[in-house]
Design a protein around this ligand. Structure first.
Ligand SMILES: [Zn+2]
Length: 178
């Protein structure tokens, strides 16, 4: 029994207003950066993340099964001397977590599992946004999860899942987002 977790809309919008990050989610982000660094993976796009917050309703989908989204805000430049070259730059990133969806998803999990699951869901989303990638056919970046067997074997601990996620081989194998 699995659920589609996350969609990745691409958005061409004005630069969003900077908002203070939700404290709980910000702590997950700190842990994400630390766990990545511990395994030799550097995150160099943190400055692009301008919002990390819970919402009552996701801004880009009505699907109640979607827990979180990474929004990408583009600007483009057109150039040059008769050639039409349009280059898009990702300027800003914003993460929304649906409070009703995540609450409902975690309801049946024991508290310690729920905290771990929540961290893994956020890690999945941070990787979408901060590494600019889509979904993989296995592992943490697989498209959907179940609350009983999140991303792999029952027996896998969070640190085992992170070990297999934060490797260059795994991260470079995920299709890049346009
Ligand atoms: Zn996803």
């Amino acid at each position: 029994m699995s659920k589609d977790v996350i969609s990745i809309p691409i958005s061409k919008e004005a630069i969003p207003k900077l908002q203070p990050f939700d404290q709980e989610l910000d702590a997950f982000l700190d842990r994400f950066v630390m766990e990545a660094q511990k395994r030799g993976i550097k995150i160099d796009s943190l400055h692009k993340l301008v919002s990390l917050n819970y919402v009552d309703k996701l801004s880009t989908t009505d699907d109640p099964a979607v827990i979180a989204i990474c929004k990408r805000f583009y600007t483009s430049e057109t150039s040059l001397e008769g050639f039409e070259i349009e280059t898009e730059f990702i300027k800003w990133l914003s993460i929304e977590v649906s409070r009703p969806a995540i609450t409902s998803f975690l309801r049946s999990a024991p508290t310690d599992t729920a905290e771990n699951l929540k961290f893994l869901i956020l890690t999945h989303e941070f990787i979408h946004c901060l590494f600019n990638v889509l979904h993989a056919d296995k592992g943490l970046m697989y498209t959907s999860i179940s609350s009983t067997t999140p991303w792999g074997n029952d027996a896998d601990s969070v640190s085992q899942i992170l070990d297999s996620t934060f490797t260059r081989e795994y991260l470079e194998g995920i299709p890049v987002a346009n």
